[in-house]
Ligand binder design. Structure first.
Ligand code: NAD
Ligand code: ZN
Length: 391
């Protein structure tokens, strides 16, 4: 089959690789109908995650049809159209039983790596390096999906793949970011990053009752989409002092909640142009943490910082003193997709949300290398790219 493979920093290629096979109880094989490139894929693309190997298949946002199922799989059969959450969860461990699906104890065969770095482990993720289990990803014609009975969600008849593909990751991620804000009527929620995650976080904040949402970015077309699709007031962080402006806009108090939808691509003084890991480490303080520090500065006392952007390693000079003094709540982490999926599918079916409205580019899987370049540079007003395998 054809699959998008990682070959090095900013080097992805569409290769011919062996088809996946069923290897353990609970597996199904999904024929991918649609798959997206995520901001999280950019961290791998940029070489920020050193646990990738040449030839690893990328992609954790994909939907498709089951073409083979292990006899033990009971909830699904061949022919079912399914949504596949990006975290892989066993459904049986303490974390899964407490709806902390992305922290599953049993699906990361390389959990020792994460334990070594962070002292604890997260679950497996499709196409997200050996740190997250080394699973082959879904930017491919076919993919092996373990624990199918636990994770998958059937796509209701009549709903096109495009309307649900973002339910695999960024819609639940944006939704969780808003849920973590504990929004009360009248609240103002500020969102750093008007990329796909930020936009869906803003839509979710509105859905959950926020009176005002404020989107922060530097790309005019992204700010424009935040304004037109999410009724957001917008700030260009290259033009204003964001924290100061946010306080002015909220009677001097600051937003009730602040969402980080930026993560490792945070732009301070040019992290995008720094690919050397050593240089990155030296520049951590000035670049990577810039958006995070603004969140802390801007948020009102007693407010919440909801961090959906992906961070790794150590983010130095995180202003712990200010977090304590202002009595802030900090929440974050990989989205527990399984928890929100049934509700979000219902909202799509009832036409209360249409996450596909942020897809700006539709390309063939074969064009993935050009897609990654366009998405990285945010060229051509690119917000979200969907890839279709040709089969
Ligand atoms: P993206 O790269 O398209 O968007 C990031 C946006 O942040 C860009 O528009 C960029 O201009 C903006 N930005 C950069 N620096 C900024 C700053 N200092 N202030 C304000 N905005 C700034 O990516 P995306 O697909 O929207 O993903 C965003 C983040 O969410 C990534 O880190 C991704 O890894 C993460 N993510 C997390 C989860 C999860 O489960 N927690 C799931 C999916 C994605
Ligand atoms: Zn993603």
């Amino acid at each position: 089959m054809r699959a998008v493979c990682w070959h090095g920093k900013q080097d992805v290629r569409v290769d011919t690789v062996p088809d996946p096979e069923i290897v353990q109880k609970g597996d199904v094989i999904v024929k991918v109908a649609l798959t997206c490139i995520c901001g999280s894929d950019l961290h791998l693309y940029n070489g920020y995650v050193p646990t990738m190997k040449k030839g690893d298949i990328l992609g954790h946002e994909f939907v498709g049809e089951i073409v083979a199922a292990c006899p033990g799989v009971t909830h699904f059969r061949v022919g079912d159209r399914v949504i596949v959450p990006f975290p892989i969860s066993c459904g049986a461990c303490w974390y899964c039983k407490h709806e902390l699906w992305s922290l599953c104890d049993n699906t990361n065969p390389n959990s020792w790596m994460m334990e070594h770095i962070y002292g604890d482990t997260g679950g497996g993720i499709f196409g997200y390096s050996h740190l997250y289990g080394g699973y082959a990803g879904g930017q491919a014609e076919y993919v092996r999906v373990p624990f199918a009975d636990v994770g998958l969600e059937k796509i209701p008849d009549g709903i096109p793949y495009e309307q649900v593909v973002l339910l695999t990751d960024i819609m639940p991620t944006g939704y969780q970011a808003a849920v973590y804000c504990n929004i009360n009527p009248g609240d103002t929620v500020a969102v750093w990053g008007c990329g796909p995650v930020g936009l869906l976080a803003m839509k979710s904040a509105k859905l959950l009752g926020a009176e005002r949402v404020i989107g922060i970015d530097r790309f005019p077309d992204r700010l424009q989409m935040a304004h037109s699709q999410c009724q957001a007031e917008v700030l260009n962080y290259e033009e204003v002092d964001v924290a100061e402006q946010l306080q002015n806009m909220t009677g001097g108090r600051g937003p009730d909640s602040c969402i980080d939808a930026v993560g490792l691509e945070a732009r301070g003084t040019g992290i995008e142009d720094v690919y050397d890991l050593v240089k990155q480490t030296l520049r951590l303080e000035t670049d990577r943490a810039s958006a995070l520090r603004q969140l802390v500065r801007a948020c009102r006392k007693g407010g919440t910082l909801s961090i959906s952007g992906v961070y790794s390693g150590f983010i130095d000079k995180f202003p712990m003193g200010a977090i304590f003094a202002k009595g802030l709540t900090v929440r974050g982490g990989q989205a527990h997709v399984h928890k929100y999926l049934p509700h979000l599918v219902k909202l799509v079916a009832e036409q209360q949300i249409d996450p596909s409205s942020i897809i700006t580019h539709r390309m063939s899987l074969e064009d993935a290398p050009a897609g990654y370049r366009t998405f990285l540079k945010k060229q051509d007003s690119c917000i979200k790219i969907a890839l279709t395998p040709e089969h």
